[in-house]
Design a binder for this molecule. Sequence first.
Ligand code: SF4
Length: 113
Amino acid sequence: MPGWFLRGLRRGVVTTRYPARPDASAAVLPTPPAFRPEALTRELADRLCLICPSWALTRSGDVLIFDAGACTACGRCREAAPEAVTASGEFELAVTDPAHLVKRIPLLGEDAS
Ligand code: SF4
């Protein structure tokens, strides 16, 4: 029987102290990506849009549009371009308006020509 279950029965506490205190498991949770604009080119943005399985990424001109509400934190974009994409470490994404989850990231990298 898991130790946390017995501890909960003894103390009467069956949940963690989150959100009053950060939960230790948060450090290992997959999180949506964060992007480095200076490393993003149009070509790379198009590649990221194609590999994103949930259509969380689209490009409009020189802007990468990232919908964190559609992102599943699968990590494919980060694996494909570690120089331009990192894990945000942010998993608390509750908002009252879904539009607040849409980020516009300028493409500041130099396209090869
Ligand atoms: S983590 Fe996955 S779902 Fe989220 S933007 Fe990257 S590829 Fe798309």
